[in-house]
Design a protein around this ligand. Structure first.
Ligand code: SF4
Length: 59
C-alpha cells in the first residue's frame, strides 16, 4: 500500500525515520530515532520503530 506524499530530498533526509513526515502511525520518537533493519526471514525485512511493540507502548 502506497502512502501519500513525496519521498524526502535524499540530500536532506530527516534525522529519524525517512517516513516520519507522512506516516499515519508516526510517533514523536519517529522524528528523532532512525529505525534499524530487522530480518523477518528469507528476503523480508522491516525497518520501523513500531515493529514488535504493543500499541499501548506507543502512546
Ligand atoms: S518508524 Fe515506523 S511508525 Fe515511525 S514513521 Fe517510520 S514507518 Fe512510521
Amino acid at each position: 500500500q502506497a502512502i501519500d506524499g513525496m519521498m524526502p530530498d535524499p540530500t536532506r533526509l530527516p534525522e529519524g525515520c525517512v517516513f516520519c513526515e507522512r506516516c499515519k502511525y508516526a510517533t514523536p520518537e519517529c522524528s528523532k530515532s532512525h529505525p534499524g533493519i530487522v530480518s523477518l526471514g528469507g528476503t523480508h525485512q522491516v525497518r520501523c520503530l513500531r515493529y514488535g511493540r504493543q500499541a499501548s507502548d506507543m502512546n
